[in-house]
Design a protein around this ligand. Structure first.
Ligand code: COA
Length: 216
């Protein structure tokens, strides 16, 4: 294995991993103090406006509601991708979906429970395309790709490309046997220097080459 090379972008808490492109930012430092958002190491976002305002894309996130957006490591999140939490849910199984009880004028506050599908979990190494929308309660498996402009309403299997509204599987990214091995290898949890050494293998479709990094 070659000796690790030091580089500022190996610090997941740095803001701008590519100084020439300040529109790209590692997400972890931007949401470090956010009560509703967690981001894993090296996940980055791109924004044509302001990456610092990522939290504006996490919609209906209210402190008094139990849900969270949890994003894994090494994800790529395109401009405009947004995540809908449960603060916007209305009752759909009543005579009216209008939230009478919140205004005070129409009677007592409704003690609930209000509809809550749970938080959103994005696995490691997920690519979320431009303007995609991820709905509450969705879990996106590791290695998945969300096509541009998709609306994801259901869980996404690992290493699956989904697209459309509602998003449906388009295809698997890799053969099933490779997917199983990748899910075992969990390369995203390796030490940074091992991932650095393995990056050539990660940029090919050769699981054997990646697996060699687990043999000491
Ligand atoms: C999902 C994506 C990766 C698929 O790319 P691809 O593997 O080259 O796939 P193809 O273009 O061959 O399309 C495969 C199928 O998916 C469909 N598809 C592609 N993009 C789609 C989208 N955004 N929504 C719905 N369906 C889509 C195609 O219509 C095609 O369907 P068909 O087989 O019925 O004809 C790509 O379309 C995409 O959305 N990339 C995201 C780009 C982006 O947002 N980048 C932001 C910068 S990070």
């Amino acid at each position: 294995m070659t000796a690790p090379v030091s580089h500022p972008a190996l610090d997941p808490m740095m803001r701008t991993p590519l100084p020439a492109a300040p529109s790209m930012a590692y997400l972890k430092p931007l949401v470090a103090d956010h009560p509703k958002i967690e981001a894993g190491d090296f996940t980055y976002i791109h924004s044509f406006e302001d990456p610092e305002r990522f939290a504006d894309h996490v919609k209906y996130a209210f402190d008094f509601i139990e849900d969270k957006l949890v994003i894994g490591k090494f994800c790529s999140i395109a401009h405009g991708a947004s995540f809908v939490l449960n603060g916007g849910n209305h009752f759909a199984d009543r005579l009216s979906s209008y939230p009478f009880s919140i205004f005070g004028a129409w009677g007592e506050p409704d003690p609930g429970p209000w509809p809550n599908k749970g938080g959103i979990t994005i696995g490691h190494d997920v690519w979320i395309g431009w303007d995609a929308v991820i709905m509450p309660g969705v879990t996106v498996g590791p290695g998945a790709i969300i096509a541009a402009k998709s609306v994801v309403t259901a869980d996404v299997e690992p290493y699956t490309i989904v697209g459309g509204n509602p998003a449906r599987p388009i295809r698997k990214r890799l053969p099933e046997a490779d997917i199983e091995r990748l899910l075992e290898l969990k390369w995203w949890d390796w030490p940074v220097e091992t991932i650095q050494a393995a990056s050539d293998a990660l940029m090919k479709a050769d699981v054997d080459a990646l697996e060699r990094f687990t043999i000491t």
